[in-house]
Design a protein around this ligand. Sequence first.
Ligand SMILES: Nc1ncnc2c1ncn2[C@@H]1O[C@H](COP(=O)(O)OP(=O)(O)OP(=O)(O)O)[C@@H](O)[C@H]1O
Length: 257
Amino acid sequence: MSQQKASEALLSLKHISVEFDGFKAVNDVTTSIAPHEIHFFIGPNGAGKTTLLDVICGKTKPAGGEAYYAGVGNILKLKEFEIVKKGICRKFQVPSTFINLSVYDNMRIAINRDKSVFGSLMMRKRYLDTKKIYEVLHLVGLDKKSKERAKALSHGEKQWLEIAMLLVEEPKLLLLDEPVAGMGQPETEKTARILEEIKDRCSVAVVEHDMNFVKSIADEVTVMHEGAILTEGSAEDVMKNEKVQEVYLGRGEKKHA
Ligand SMILES: Nc1ncnc2c1ncn2[C@@H]1O[C@H](COP(=O)(O)OP(=O)(O)OP(=O)(O)O)[C@@H](O)[C@H]1O
């Protein structure tokens, strides 16, 4: 990582290490995420990718290292909910929508998270929230399905609803864990288009195995192996890298390159 890239970063990770009972799941990782960038973390199973996202969102406290977030400082000192309030939002693989509620009601719950009841009842605020909800639902292609129950949505639509529920919170950094897992080609392509639109609003850090998806939209790719960074750069460059071929792409991992 160049000095210049680190200084312009939205999030700059320095020498992050995570240990589980003496096992180094993440080993001295230094990298950064730029503003308005789609940044993928790829690598073999067990490489430490998800653990690194866990560190960024405050779910896991590292044994060492620092994470400088623009305008805030080292976020490793903050609690998980404080990190969310600073604009770092995480979508986990496990669904977190209320399946018996409508798409719109799920969005309303998301937009009122951490807000006072008084504030959320004010007429002007309700009007602006509704406007924002429909604008974000339009972005993910669900505005015409606002009255449907979440459980009636397709697998892909459920994922897009979850992304929309994070977007109404106006994050600066969105963390996604395998967002296209279980999706077919058309849904994967639509997710790619959605993420490309989202990056006008925030940075997106994505853990992913689907290399066609990575190639189609990556601004930056960090390849991890055994807890450490193997290499980073453009999708084209990292995929040509001999070590990446050897430990990941050539091994018949869960990938579609
Ligand atoms: N809570 C935990 N306790 C003990 N070991 C853990 C824990 N979480 C992760 N690990 C171990 O740390 C290593 C890194 O796991 P991690 O889930 O970050 O890998 P990953 O690169 O995301 O893999 P995958 O692509 O399979 O999701 C693995 O060996 C895993 O078994």
